[in-house]
Design a protein around this ligand. Structure first.
Ligand code: NAG
Ligand code: NAG
Length: 374
């Protein structure tokens, strides 16, 4: 516990000291009053968020309302009970946190999205309108920790804040693995992404995701670390899908465990995308098992998994270092790389830290890879 605490403190220090100096301020300065503001309903938010300490007691958020919290700079926010979000078909989000250098400590309490009332196997492709994401972490600087995000109607946690550490979050949508009366025999939960990241200098660590879509999807950003997390039941750890004019760079995927997922590690770029770049993605010391269709899939043909690949997203410096051990199901491909050309998947990718067993050999198209056993 001691070394864990020291480690988190170190990570916090390096992220929150390095980041603010380089980023433009999105939120105006808001000087905190020295007081404790207590929130027991949405009508308390306006006055409570002027204080340097904000305490949220257990309550139910009215259906169709977003719980928007914009605390003063440097404020500490603590959850002192569970929050439940009323059921209504609408776009959401259900909760959003904004501001500068906010410390949000959930104290292990639960945010309950009541997804079971929305799930119909269709996610955001049809059926009921589902509020999404459930939680938007948008503050710049500081941290967000120790919360259970239970039964998200669709996407669970979207991170849009720069320079933050997100830790000890459990996204539990495992109840959506079962079918229900509306889901036609399919898993009722759908499009239940665990973490979507569109931000710079973000660390997500020591968290758990049980869901039916990507555990992590990095859509945009630089200096992103995803470490010591556990993913199960969904679509694994993903970069993308990357569209046009987007950049993802310097991503560290370290010490994670992925199990029982459609694919375990994936980079997906849209076939039609132009003007984009994915560079510097390093996988270190991850473990995966029960990868049902792919151990590793890197493809430039999204939405097709292995279709006609585009060349408008330049992928470079993909590395497996340390020891990444992946075991795949009987019907799975161990590794497929599907690039449009060697100028869109550039350089030599060092896969020497990757061992994949089980299933069938995949194919490497238009990419140069050294090392590894797969
Ligand atoms: C990303 O990290 C590099 C190296 O530490 C640093 O120079 C750069 O400013 C960072 N970028 C952002 C947007 O924080
Ligand atoms: C531009 C290029 O190198 N294209 C090649 C991509 O891979 C396919 C299948 O291996 C080849 O047929 C193309 O020539």
């Amino acid at each position: 516990m001691k070394s864990f605490t020291a480690f988190v403190a170190l990570a916090l220090a390096s992220v929150s000291f390095a980041a603010p100096s380089t980023r433009a301020r999105r939120y105006p300065q808001k000087v905190a009053k020295r007081c404790t503001g207590t929130i027991t309903s949405l009508s308390d938010v306006e006055s409570a968020q002027k204080c340097d300490t904000v305490v949220i007691e257990s309550f139910t958020i009215d259906a169709g309302e977003t719980f928007t919290l914009k605390p003063a700079d440097g404020a500490t926010v603590t959850l002192n009970g569970d929050l439940t979000f009323g059921y209504k078909e609408w776009d959401g989000p259900l909760m959003i946190v904004e501001g500068n250098d906010i410390t949000f400590d959930g104290g292990g309490h639960t945010l309950n999205g009541q997804g079971e009332q929305y799930w119909d196997g269709q996610g955001q492709n049809g059926g009921k309108t589902k509020p999404s994401p459930m939680l938007r972490i948008n503050h710049d600087g500081g941290s967000f920790s120790d919360v259970e995000v239970l039964n998200s109607p669709a996407r669970a946690v979207a991170i849009g804040g720069d320079g933050i550490v997100v830790s000890k979050i459990t996204v539990d949508d495992s109840a959506g693995d079962a079918s229900n009366d509306d889901s036609d025999g399919e898993a009722a939960g759908h499009n239940t992404d665990g973490f979507d990241i569109s931000a710079d200098s973000v660390t997500v660590e020591n968290s758990v995701v049980k869901n039916q879509d990507d555990c992590l999807a990095i859509n945009r950003g630089t200096n992103i670390t995803f470490q010591n997390n556990k993913c199960s039941g969904g679509h694994g750890i993903s970069i993308g899908s990357i569209g046009s004019d987007t950049e993802v760079s310097n991503v560290q995927i370290t010490g994670n465990t992925v199990s029982d997922s459609q694919q375990c590690f994936r980079i997906k770029t849209k076939a039609a995308a132009t003007g984009s770049k994915v560079s510097g993605v390093t996988y270190t010391d991850n473990t995966a098992s029960g990868c049902e269709r792919w151990g590793v899939l890197i493809t430039q043909s999204y939405p097709a998994s292995l279709g006609a690949a585009g060349t408008g997203v330049i992928i470079s410096d993909v590395t497996f270092s340390g020891t990444n051990t992946v075991s795949v199901g009987d019907d799975a491909d161990r590794v497929d790389v599907n690039c449009g050309s060697k100028s869109s998947c550039t350089g030599t990718w060092d896969f020497s830290g990757l061992t994949v067993t089980g299933g069938k050999k995949g194919s490497i198209k238009n990419a140069t890879i050294s090392g590894g056993s797969f």
